[in-house]
Design a protein around this ligand. Structure first.
Ligand code: FUB
Length: 455
């Protein structure tokens, strides 16, 4: 199932920093966030900002909200078109390469993976004005220090970036070069869009969304970062259950993963087509000759293996979850109206909260280790920091929505949604490793959850 439920997401771009896997994604607006009410039921793309998520175990993800938006590019010509980004680290700085659909590819820079990101150029990094092919940048720095950017739909383009990461090397025209240091490659069989360039065991890989529609996940291999590229099989072959796709590939804690997208979150509510996508992932393995073993469609895979248990005796953000369908999330003190003019400039890390909580909804956390650092005694109490202009009953259950109850706590009116306080309860029989279900009932009014912790 999709990794995230609080928002519609697409175009996954993983980045490993230390022991954390960050995932940058596009953001398909929910109908209520589309400013023009007449467009709310349209099938098209409504994309205004980019999101960030992180994990240390591959199954419980923490949301960090919008890291940047179209507003961070003063030169944009449209208030829509925040398409597929990739963020890379280079010499301690983070570079977020972003297509503004119809207006080339820009770059933002930050000292932190969380941002705030700033535009160092005030103009696109590349923009071939004669067409709208300049989308989906992927950036890779080779062992010799040379950095390559690939992009494009339906053609594949590449250029070399200077070591500043924000300018194109223009002094190395190859036979196929266009003006401005850009090379247009001969057609790569099955290539549609969404390139993802990386290197492993001496091979260069160009994964991509294969020819539309339905797009699947294809890839090509080469002994050179600039090709020639030989198309290989599918990582995931086309299926009528999907339509668009976009790969992001990384190694993390000794495993290899492919991220992609589908419509399976929207399909929980409707099969009528809208560009409301959802990102998901699976583990991949390589054959001896470097080719990638094909994986089944997302819904046909086994659940992702959890890489480490979650410690419930630390502060856990309410927006950390394996599943939370129906819930919403927001950065504290920032109302996302969906209107670019109201969006803040890239804010950097901010505390978030969960809201829009209704009866029957729940937060599921996978693999919670109640014995962590506690020998076999387990948890004695639970505390959640919340604000409310209303109330909600929280029932803590193990292993399923109707599993054994280990505690119950009522969040009461705090007088204001901006006034947070702790609500606590005793806990019984919480020992060992279990999935934790934080279940909501008797909800009314506006209840917001910040973080929780067992003791
Ligand atoms: O998300 C907008 C566009 O859809 C991306 O740029 C493409 O790769 C496709 O996923």
């Amino acid at each position: 199932m999709p990794l995230f439920q609080t928002k519609f997401t697409a175009d996954p771009s993983p980045l490993v920093v230390g022991d954390t896997l960050f995932l940058y994604t596009s953001h398909d607006a929910s109908p209520e966030d589309i400013p023009d009410p007449n467009e709310r039921n349209s099938a098209g793309f409504y994309m205004y900002d980019w999101l960030l998520w992180s994990t240390t175990d591959m199954v419980n993800w923490t949301e960090h909200g919008a890291v940047a938006s179209l507003k961070d590019f003063s030169w944009r010509s449209r208030d829509n078109g925040a398409w597929a980004i990739q963020t890379v680290e280079h010499n301690g700085k983070y570079y977020l390469y972003a297509p503004l659909h119809g207006h080339g590819i820009g770059v933002l820079v930050s000292d932190s993976p969380y941002g705030p990101f700033k535009d160092p150029l005030g103009e696109p990094l590349v923009w071939q004005k004669e067409h709208w092919n300049d989308i989906d940048p992927t950036v890779f720095t080779d062992d010799d220090g040379k950095t390559y950017m690939y992009w494009g739909n339906p053609h594949t383009y590449w250029c070399e970036l200077n070591d500043d990461m924000v300018s194109v090397k223009k002094d190395k025209p190859s036979a196929a070069s266009l003006s401005n240091g850009i090379t247009k490659l001969p057609h790569i069989d099955r290539y549609q869009e969404g390139p993802w360039l990386y290197k492993k065991n001496g091979w260069y890989y160009l994964a991509y969304a294969s020819t539309c529609c339905p797009e699947a996940l294809g890839y090509a291999m080469s002994k050179n970062p600039t090709g020639p590229w030989e198309t290989k099989g599918y990582i995931m072959r086309p299926t009528q259950r999907d339509r668009g796709n976009h790969p992001g590939i990384c190694d993390y804690k000794g495993h290899s993963y492919v991220f992609g997208q589908n419509y399976d979150l929207m399909h929980l509510e409707t099969f009528e087509h809208h560009e409301r996508r959802s990102v998901t992932a699976t583990e991949i393995t390589y054959n001896e000759d470097g080719t990638i073993k094909e994986v089944p469609y997302w819904l046909d895979q086994k659940p992702m293996q959890q890489l480490q248990w979650l410690n419930p005796y630390r502060r856990v953000e309410a927006e950390t979850m394996a599943w939370g369908f129906g819930l919403k999330s927001s950065k504290m003190n920032i109302t996302n109206t969906g209107v670019i003019a109201d969006m803040p400039a890239s804010t950097g890390k901010r505390n978030m909260y969960i809201y829009d909580i209704n009866d029957g909804e729940y937060i599921r956390l996978r693999g919670v280790d109640f014995s962590a650092g506690k020998s076999d005694k387990g948890a004695k109490s639970f505390s959640i920091t919340a604000s409310a202009e209303g109330t909600a009953v929280i029932t803590l259950r193990l292993d399923s929505v109707d599993g054994p109850v280990i505690g119950t706590v009522t969040v009461k009116n705090t007088g204001s949604v901006n006034k947070y306080r702790a609500f606590s309860s005793k806990v019984k029989n919480a020992v060992g490793v279990h999935d934790l279900y934080i279940c909501f009932s008797n909800t009314n009014g506006d209840v917001r959850l910040d973080w929780w912790q067992f003791k």
